[in-house]
Design a protein around this ligand. Structure first.
Ligand SMILES: NC(=O)c1ccc[n+]([C@@H]2O[C@H](COP(=O)([O-])OP(=O)(O)OC[C@H]3O[C@@H](n4cnc5c(N)ncnc54)[C@H](O)[C@@H]3O)[C@@H](O)[C@H]2O)c1
Length: 335
C-alpha cells in the first residue's frame, strides 16, 4: 500500500477511536516508521491491540498530560494513561530542551503505555546533536536468573550518539529476541528461532504460542537478567510507574491501564571536550571499521547502520501488509 494512503487510513482509524488529529498523526507516523525500518513486530500488527485498549478505556484517547518541572534539567511527566507514542513524544521533546539548556536532561514518565521502538525517540535527540539513553519497562516475559516464572519485561536498552553521518543507535531488548517478533509469528502462523524461548514446562520451543505461555530467554544469561532488572528500576521504580512484574500485558491483560514507565536521559556531547567530541567520535568509528574482517564479513557495521539503510530502501517502496492485518484495519475503520 502507498505510504500516503496508509497514513490517511491510520489517522482516520485513530480519530475514529477519539484521539485528536495531532495525536492520531503521531501514532500513524510511528507505526509507519516501524514498518519502514523492518520492525513489523512493532508496526501495523499492533494497531488492533491499541484500538482495543482504547475501546476498553484502558488507553485514554484524550489524556491530560501533566508536565512537572523539577529543575531546568529534570522533568516528571504523568501521562494520564495516554497511548505510549504520544507521552514518549512529549517526553523526548522535553529531554531535548532540558539538555540544550543545561547540558543534561532527565525525563521520567509514569502512567504511560507501550511506545513502540525506543529508537523512534533516540533518533530525535540525536538529530538535535545529543547523546541519549531511552529506557522503558514492559510486561512480564523473562524469568529473572534463577526464577521459574517470567517477571521482567523484554525491557530494551537504547543508546544513541551523533556521528556526523548515520546516527549510532544501539536499541536492543534484554531478551534474545523481542516479544513482538513472537506475537507477530503467532499471528501469522510462523515458527520462532530455536533457543530464544521456553515453553511452560521449561523446554526450548519454536512454537510461538507455547513461547508466549512460557518464558523468553535473556541475552547472556544472568547478565541479561541483570540488565532487564536495571531497566525495570530506572523506568519503573524511579519514575513511579509499575515495576516488579506489575506492568500489564497490552494484548492479554484488560484488568487496567498498563502503567508503563519510560526514562529519557539526554546529554550535550560538548560538555567535557567541546567540539572535539565530533572529531573523536568519527575517529573512534573509523578505528573500529578499519579492523581486519572476520571470515564471512565484508564490513563492520555500527548499531543503527543496518536499519538506516533498510529505511532508505523501504522509503522508495510501498508497504506490504499481510491480508490478516488489512482485514483488521478495515474492521477498525468501520466501528
Ligand atoms: N516498547 C517495548 O516495550 C519494547 C520492548 C522490547 C523491545 N522493543 C523494541 O524492539 C526493537 C527490536 O529489539 P531487538 O532486540 O529485537 O533488536 P535487534 O536484535 O534487531 O537489534 C539490536 C541492536 O543490534 C544492532 N544490530 C543489528 N544487526 C547488527 C549488525 N549486523 N551489526 C551491528 N549491529 C547490529 C541494531 O542496530 C540494534 O541496535 C527495539 O527497537 C526495541 O526498542 C520495544
Amino acid at each position: 500500500m502507498k505510504k500516503s494512503i496508509l497514513r490517511s487510513k491510520l489517522i482516520k482509524i485513530f480519530i475514529k477511536h477519539k484521539l485528536s488529529k495531532k495525536h492520531s498523526k503521531i501514532c500513524a507516523d510511528y507505526l509507519i516508521k516501524a514498518e519502514l525500518v523492518g520492525a513489523k513486530s512493532h508496526g501495523l500488527t499492533r494497531l488492533k491491540m491499541y484500538c482495543q485498549r482504547i475501546q476498553k478505556k484502558l488507553i485514554n484517547p484524550k489524556p491530560k498530560i501533566k508536565i512537572r518541572k523539577i529543575s531546568s534539567s529534570i522533568t516528571h511527566i504523568d501521562a494520564d494513561n495516554s497511548i505510549g507514542f504520544v507521552s514518549a513524544d512529549v517526553g523526548i521533546s522535553k529531554a531535548i530542551k532540558n539538555a540544550k539548556q543545561t547540558g543534561i536532561g532527565l525525563v521520567g514518565i509514569k502512567r504511560s503505555g507501550h511506545f513502540g521502538l525506543s529508537s523512534f525517540y533516540a533518533e530525535q535527540a540525536v538529530k538535535k546533536k545529543l547523546i541519549v539513553f531511552c529506557f522503558t519497562n514492559a510486561p512480564p516475559a523473562l524469568a529473572p536468573y534463577g526464577a521459574k516464572k517470567s517477571l521482567f519485561g523484554t525491557n530494551p536498552i537504547c543508546f544513541g550518539v551523533p556521528t556526523g553521518k548515520i546516527p549510532f543507535i544501539l536499541d536492543a531488548s534484554t531478551s534474545i529476541i523481542n516479544r513482538g517478533k513472537i506475537r507477530h509469528a503467532n499471528k501469522l502462523g510462523e515458527k520462532i528461532p530455536y533457543g530464544v524461548a521456553l515453553d511452560k514446562s521449561g523446554k526450548i520451543t519454536i512454537n510461538p504460542k507455547k513461547a508466549l505461555q512460557g518464558t523468553q530467554l535473556p541475552i547472556a544469561g544472568f547478565k541479561g537478567s541483570g540488565l532487564a532488572w536495571m531497566v525495570d528500576i530506572l523506568s519503573g521504580v524511579l519514575t513511579g510507574s509499575s515495576h516488579g512484574g506489575k506492568t500489564k500485558d497490552p494484548f492479554d491483560d484488560f484488568s487496567g491501564p498498563q502503567n508503563v514507565g519510560h526514562l529519557f536521559i539526554t546529554i550535550d556531547p560538548k560538555v567535557f571536550v567541546g567540539k572535539n567530541f565530533m572529531k573523536e567520535i568519527k575517529r573512534n568509528i573509523n578505528i573500529v571499521k578499519r579492523l581486519p574482517k572476520a571470515k564471512g564479513f565484508s564490513s563492520i557495521l555500527y548499531p543503527g547502520e543496518r536499519k538506516n539503510s533498510l529505511y532508505k530502501k523501504n522509503l522508495k517502496k510501498d508497504i506490504s501488509i499481510p491480508q490478516k492485518i488489512l482485514k483488521e484495519m478495515d474492521e477498525l475503520n468501520v466501528i
